[in-house]
Design a protein. Structure first.
Length: 181
């Protein structure tokens, strides 16, 4: 189940505001400029569904988002503990960064914790199957897929070179909870 905690300070020590309903999560994230919505597959998918089958199952929503946000390409990635260098990848994602383009992810299976560093607070949203999150260009954020990752998602790219991060140099991500795996 998707979940959002909003910390109104940058220490991570105060009790967060919590949201569990999709509409409440979407409204709260919109205050930080972040898009959050739910998508349904046109056909049932299995754990063995191919990237092509996954993209076809969500083709209408994928095409709409690509057109609306100007994305040039997409792919499907499956992050598990068997992925080479998964620990290094986790460390990289856990470091606060920004992008020159939007970062959009649609969760096909599993879960991931996106943390958005906004002037109004830290928005920590646990995205689960069916969730789309779109973090606008320039907004500092970090991401965690947990100690035992099981995260399959569709990634969207405006840059043909793919994911390029500009690290902020902040260690703020160390102050906040990680993925609850």
């Amino acid at each position: 189940m998707s979940h959002l905690n909003v910390y109104r300070d940058e220490t991570g020590k105060t009790a967060p505001e919590s949201y569990e309903e999709q509409e409440s999560i979407a409204r709260a994230l919109a205050q930080a400029g972040v898009r959050f919505e739910r998508w349904e597959a046109k056909v049932p998918l299995t754990a063995d569904s191919t990237p092509a089958e996954i993209l076809e199952a969500y083709s209408g929503a994928v095409e709409r988002l690509m057109k609306e946000r100007g994305f040039q390409s997409n792919d499907v990635i499956n992050v598990t503990s068997k992925l080479p260098n998964v620990g290094e990848l986790r460390t990289k994602f856990l470091t606060e960064h920004t992008h020159a383009e939007d970062e959009a992810r649609f969760v096909v299976d599993g879960s991931g914790l996106f943390c958005i560093h906004h002037t109004s607070g830290i928005y920590a949203v646990l995205c689960t199957r069916g969730d789309l999150i779109n973090v606008p260009a320039g907004i500092p954020h970090w991401f965690d897929f947990g100690d035992e990752p099981n995260f399959k998602c569709i990634r969207f790219f405006g840059n043909p070179d793919g994911w390029i991060a500009q690290f902020t140099g902040s260690d703020i991500s160390k102050l906040f909870p990680k993925h609850p795996s």
